[in-house]
Design a protein around this ligand. Structure first.
Ligand code: ADP
Length: 465
């Protein structure tokens, strides 16, 4: 049985038959006991009635009266008196044993009860006018049982018909939304991410439909991001490649002067460096995004690290006559972190501050330490960012300056954010257009990230490996 519809109906029929058989069996047993008890009461009354007739009716009328009684009351009986047996109606399957007869005769008024399938029987002894009688009465209760079974079967039939119709309607209500969901899932698997299913209420199926819609929505978003990513990557690669291709073609021309040749070769080198940085950044992001990314933790001086970074970026600042101020607390600050990756964070942030600050500006790097965290802020007096730009700067390939007048590829801050996240830190941005920007990185002082991040590898672990 392939469809859920068929399974539901089969389940319904099986459960109906099963429960009805159990209910039928027990009620039939109870009913049969009850019928037997009633029959025995009736038989006792009949035997008493026959005894009354025996003592009241004259001998010549007795046989006629007793035959009439047997016919009208559907009771079959015989009377035994001093070895004479008179049978009325159809008495079946009876033989009182000699011992039973003697027992009854000895104990006048005693009743023996017998049961032979659906026939109930009693035998009782009486002393009437000095003569001992045994009155044996029997009645068939099978007919009554059949009436009960018949009405039970009619009830079962009606329940099956009415129940099946009701169940078909209910099954339809349950199965239809599942079929609809199945159709939608097929559509989704074919790549139609716009497919949605309607739902009302809050039952399991409605919740399933809601989850499906949410999943389809997220898949659509992921697909959009994927396409945007491919388009961004090809765009970022295309620009330097076109430049390299163009200038390489010019270089093939033997007519150009040595000076021009050198200039074009420099441009090619510049663009190939750009390509190299781009692919390095992409590779770095892929590694950082990986499930098994590991931080190589060690303890080092944060002040020394920042001084080193400022030193390396100083030439760039000097070219634009930008002053770099470095404010540090009196005591050195030791930090446990992934040294190389954290250095990458400071390089990207300080480099951005210089890149996006006009000549004669100031870049301020400040380090603060509290009991809970270490705070590093990099502030500049540069071009700043719009509110819209601030909400996107951590996205891959996002650049506020669409004309790309400043060198970059829009991956630096994505890398920064990922590294800070891996260190369980936070990064905040405050910026005003044409008023400068301030990036603040907060790293936890406690090594909580160390304990909770199962993928982090300490220097010691590394040495032991
Ligand atoms: P890019 O290589 O373009 O600098 P980033 O990911 O480092 O890429 O930065 C993304 C964008 O954020 C930049 O293109 C720039 O628009 C903006 N941005 C980053 N840092 C600054 C800053 N200090 N001042 C102004 N804008 C900034």
């Amino acid at each position: 049985m392939k469809s859920i519809y068929g399974k539901l109906i089969l389940g319904f029929l099986v459960s109906m038959l099963f429960s009805f058989s159990i209910a039928g069996y027990f009620s039939l047993r109870k009913n049969s006991d009850e019928l037997g008890r009633l029959a025995e009461e009736e038989l006792e009354m009949s035997s008493q009635h026959i005894a009354d007739l025996l003592s009241l009716i004259d001998d010549e009328d007795l046989s006629r009266v007793l035959t009439g009684y047997s016919d009208t009351s559907e009771v079959n009986f015989f009377i035994e008196c001093n070895g004479n047996k008179e049978i009325y109606g159809k008495v079946s399957g009876y033989e009182l044993t000699y011992e039973q007869c003697e027992l009854l005769k000895r104990n006048i008024g005693k009743t023996l009860i017998f049961q032979d399938s659906s026939v109930r029987k009693i035998a009782r002894s009486y002393l009437l006018d000095g003569k001992s009688y045994i009155i044996y009465v029997q009645k068939d209760v099978g007919k009554r049982e059949m009436i009960f079974i018949d009405s039970a079967l009619i009830a079962l039939f009606c329940m099956l018909v009415a129940g099946s119709i009701t169940f078909l309607v209910i099954a339809d209500i349950i199965v239809k939304p599942i079929s609809r969901l199945n159709k939608a899932t097929n559509e989704l698997s074919k790549g139609n991410y716009r497919v949605r299913v309607n739902y009302a209420g809050n039952d399991e199926i409605a919740r399933l439909n809601r989850s499906f819609n949410l999943m389809a929505q997220q898949l659509a978003k992921q697909e959009e991001t994927r396409q945007q990513f491919i388009s961004d990557v090809s765009h970022e690669f295309q620009t330097p490649l076109t430049a390299i291709q163009g200038f390489a073609t010019i270089l093939k021309n033997e007519q150009i002067s040595d000076e021009q040749r050198k200039k074009y070769a420099d441009i090619i080198v510049f663009h190939s460096k750009r390509l190299s940085t781009l692919s390095k950044n992409m590779l770095q992001l892929t590694v950082l995004d990986g499930e098994d990314v590991k931080l190589e933790l060690s303890e080092f001086s944060l002040i020394e690290q920042l001084s080193r970074v400022i030193e390396t970026q100083n030439n760039l600042a000097l070219n634009k006559d930008i002053e770099i101020e470095f404010h540090v607390p009196k005591n050195d600050i030791l930090i446990e972190a992934d040294e190389a990756r954290l250095e990458q964070v400071w390089i990207n942030l300080v480099n951005n501050a210089i890149k996006y600050t006009n000549e004669h500006g100031v870049v301020t790097v400040e380090v603060k330490k509290s009991s809970k965290e270490i705070e590093v802020s990099i502030q500049d007096t540069g071009v700043g960012m719009s509110k819209e730009a601030i909400s996107h700067i951590f996205e891959r390939f996002y650049r506020q300056d669409k004309s790309r007048s400043v060198e970059g590829n829009g991956l630096g801050l994505s890398i920064v954010k990922r590294i800070i996240d891996l260190h369980k830190g936070v990064i905040d941005v405050v910026s005003v257009e044409d008023g400068g920007s301030q990036f603040t990185v907060k790293l936890p002082q406690e090594r909580s990230f160390h304990l909770s991040e199962k993928l982090i590898l300490t220097k010691k672990d590394k040495d032991n490996q």
